[in-house]
Design a protein around this ligand. Structure first.
Ligand SMILES: Nc1ncnc2c1ncn2[C@@H]1O[C@H](COP(=O)(O)OP(=O)(O)OP(=O)(O)O)[C@@H](O)[C@H]1O
Length: 703
């Protein structure tokens, strides 16, 4: 407990106190990352999330909210190195104060600062439109739409911190899940919540949301579009039914003394009984098995020449049959225990199964789904498979862990034996823990069960986020989805299962949708779950990209879709974007730009990623190619648009924009994303002529 508290305090040390409010009643409040009191319980510091801190973000000269002056404090370590004042009570403004009024200074200093490769919190400079979203009600689904750089990500993270503070009890128990587009992005944002004093939030990508699987592959766009579509829910459901299919021919089971026969009628009856039980596939197996065993036992009695038999005799016979290997084998074939992995591998590697389960798809579509089986040690799963695994898990249900542990699909009494063995093992651990505690004289202080649990690395010592990460059926108290436009309808089904309370914050930009199965309208995404019951907010100011660079991005926006508008930038830098050709000039240009310092990204078309990655990494010291934490720390990184999603860099060089545009069905969105990643400088290097409106812009031409 103390270790956790210490970690929390260390995390907020950097600019712990960043603001002061002077009120009309002559009182002052200091605003900080967390609240603090002295030994006499006098308030020294107000948590930025507390209601009394709200005027720090919302007060304006028109609506001063009782505040005369808002002061921003800049600190280095524990030393104040600067202050910035907003005077809000204009009646009390002296001439001298009016002359030095510089309200925007703190914000402009912050947005113009050089980037470190990690997102910082914006707690000192949250803007009013952002504050309203951060403090919006916990309940219901809130959609935040906003152009690039409007602070959607950072606002979503501050909202998580705010909600955890305001609804601590509820959310600490159920946890908060934040979904981001890729692992590099999660690395990019991972420091923000700890710096706000919050450590227990689960950050994940959709590709990691199914415990035990980390999908690293990406399907081709047409396959991803198909797998992400709603029709796949039906395909998975039929694939489960396929596992319960009754063969047309009767099945003969040869035993030592006689042969039993399962005919179509008996099998149909057992199957219908199991289906009617409305349980998942693996749970309903017990119903199916019981029904068939009864039928077989009656047949056996007849064959043994017994006339009428009573219930006890029938039960004995049934239990005898249950352990017969041929009977077990037949039952396993007829209604096999199935894991989601088995189901999907079986489906995607068999034309026959696909023809049955995906009968509603076109033959050409079925062909797209067909794959080679996994090779030994191969990570077979693609990002679009994850939601399908989750769908399958929902329909298949759990297999008793004891059955799984034993590694075989056993008859029921074998399962019982395995369960007993597991219990015995637990008992042995407990006895050992007791012994140790007695020997060390600690038995009064520590409970043996907890000690044993800790010794075994059991759940007891896991944080909420850790426990939630390992549990597919965990219901989170609040779910935040970033870059939400990228999720497919199948992804949404999975995410919604994680949040039955539908307390969610969904942030994204429909103009940036790159995924072939991604969203084109929030209504279409959400109406199946919360029709008419979601609320929308928008963010309109761009805090990342200066006006000069935004003009380039705005020129490609009409290609994305009609009627879209780019957000307004909060600042100008006076630095024009530059253009150079041909692409062979790239490496020296990267070197020149990298010499300016700061972080630099070279954003390239996917088809050139390998070649240009190699050229830049061998020509520019310290440069890296491809996604991953190194891309955030290196002086220069070569990335595709998908890798750069959600990130930002001081300088960005976009290579062959015309190719990025052409390379995928959502090319215009990709190019728009690429052109909006820079905070200071933007260059374009091309051999192919520039697309759309770009040639007409005011470029600085580099030859
Ligand atoms: N109020 C603020 N004060 C200081 N910096 C801010 C503020 N709001 C946003 N920023 C900064 O602007 C940049 C862009 O923010 P963020 O990445 O959250 O935008 P986004 O809307 O998610 O962008 P995109 O859709 O392009 O990924 C970040 O560096 C963020 O810290």
């Amino acid at each position: 407990m103390y270790a956790e508290r210490l970690a929390r305090l260390w995390a907020v040390e950097n600019s712990l106190c960043f603001g002061r409010l002077d009120n009309a009643d002559q009182t002052s409040l200091y605003i900080g990352r967390i609240g603090m009191a002295d030994d006499d319980q006098r308030r020294l510091l107000i948590d930025w999330r507390a209601p009394v801190a709200q005027p720090f973000y919302r007060a304006t000269p028109a609506v001063p909210m009782g505040v005369t002056r808002r002061r921003h404090l800049q600190t280095k370590g524990r030393t104040v190195i600067g202050v910035d004042d907003d005077l809000l009570d204009l009646d009390n403004l002296t001439d001298e104060a009016a002359a030095t009024l510089n309200g925007e200074a703190a914000l402009l200093a912050s947005v113009g600062a050089r980037r470190t490769g990690r997102m910082r919190d914006i707690v000192a400079t949250i803007q009013a439109e952002q504050d309203r979203i951060i403090r919006s009600d916990l309940n219901g689904v809130l959609v935040v739409q906003g152009g690039p750089g409007t602070g959607k990500t950072v606002v979503a993270l501050h909202r998580a911190a705010y909600l955890l503070y305001t609804h601590r009890e509820k959310l600490a128990r159920r946890g908060v899940l934040i979904l981001g587009p890729n692992l590099t992005f999660l690395r990019y944002i991972e420091q923000v919540l700890p710096s706000l004093g919050e450590t227990d939030v689960l950050l994940s990508t959709v590709a990691e949301l199914y415990p035990g699987i980390t999908a690293t592959r990406r399907d081709r766009p047409e396959v991803a579009a198909l797998k992400g579509g709603e029709r796949m829910a039906q395909v998975v459901a039929r694939a489960v039914r396929e596992r319960q299919r009754v063969p047309r021919k009767p099945i003969d089971i040869k035993l030592d003394r006689y042969t039993l026969r399962l005919d179509g009628r008996t099998l149909d009856a057992a199957r219908n009984r199991a289906s009617r039980a409305r349980r998942t596939h693996n749970e309903a197996r017990a119903v199916f098995v019981r029904h068939l065993l009864n039928a077989l036992a009656r047949q056996a009695a007849k064959q043994l020449g017994k006339g009428m038999i009573d219930d006890d005799e029938l039960a004995d016979l049934r239990e005898d049959l249950r352990t017969e290997q041929p009977v077990k084998a037949a039952l396993n074939r007829l209604w096999p225990y199935t894991t989601p992995q088995q189901l999907l591998i079986g489906l995607f590697t068999s034309r026959e199964r696909l023809d049955y389960a995906a009968a509603d798809l076109d033959p050409a579509e079925r062909e797209l789904l067909l794959r080679e089986p996994p090779r030994k040690g191969e990570n077979w799963w693609t990002e679009s498979d994850v939601a399908l695994l989750d769908e399958a898990a929902e329909l298949l249900g759990d297999i008793d862990p004891a059955v799984l542990r034993a590694g075989a699909w056993m008859a029921e009494e074998e399962q019982a034996a395995a369960r007993n063995a597991a219990q015995e093992e637990d008992q042995a651990h407990l006895a050992y823990a007791k012994e140790v505690l007695e020997l060390t004289g600690l038995s009064d202080i520590m409970d043996a069960e907890k000690f044993a649990a800790r010794h075994l690395g059991d759940e007891f010592y896991l944080t909420t986020a850790e426990r939630a990460a390992g549990d597919r059926t965990w219901a989170f108290g609040h779910v935040i989805v970033d870059e939400a436009q990228e999720l497919s309808p199948m992804d949404w089904r999975m995410v919604m299962r994680r949040c039955p309370s539908r307390s969610m914050t969904i942030v994204g930009d429909l103009a940036q949708t790159a995924s072939p199965a991604g969203a084109r309208s929030w209504g279409r995404v959400l109406d199946p779950y919360v029709a008419g019951r979601w609320r929308a907010e928008s963010l309109t100011m761009n805090y990342r990209t200066p006006t000069e660079l935004m003009a380039v991005a705005a020129a490609v926006l009409p290609l994305v879709g009609p009627g879209l508008t780019a957000p307004d930038s909060v600042r100008e830098t006076g630095v024009r974007p530059w253009a150079a050709s041909p692409v062979e000039a790239l490496v020296p240009l990267v070197k020149t730009e990298a010499a300016e310092g700061g972080r630099l990204a070279v954003i390239v078309p996917e088809s050139l990623a390998g070649e240009l990655g190699e050229a830049v990494t061998s020509g520019v010291p310290g440069a890296v190619a491809g996604p991953g934490p190194a891309a955030l720390d290196a002086p220069a990184a070569v990335l595709t648009v998908a890798d750069a999603k959600g990130l930002e860099f001081d300088t960005v060089i976009v290579v062959e924009p015309a190719l990025i545009l052409r390379e995928s069905p959502r090319g215009p969105s990709d190019l728009y994303v690429a052109l909006t990643r820079a905070t200071q400088r933007l260059g374009v290097v091309h051999t192919t002529p520039l697309p759309g409106e770009l040639p007409g812009l005011e470029w600085e031409r580099i030859t």
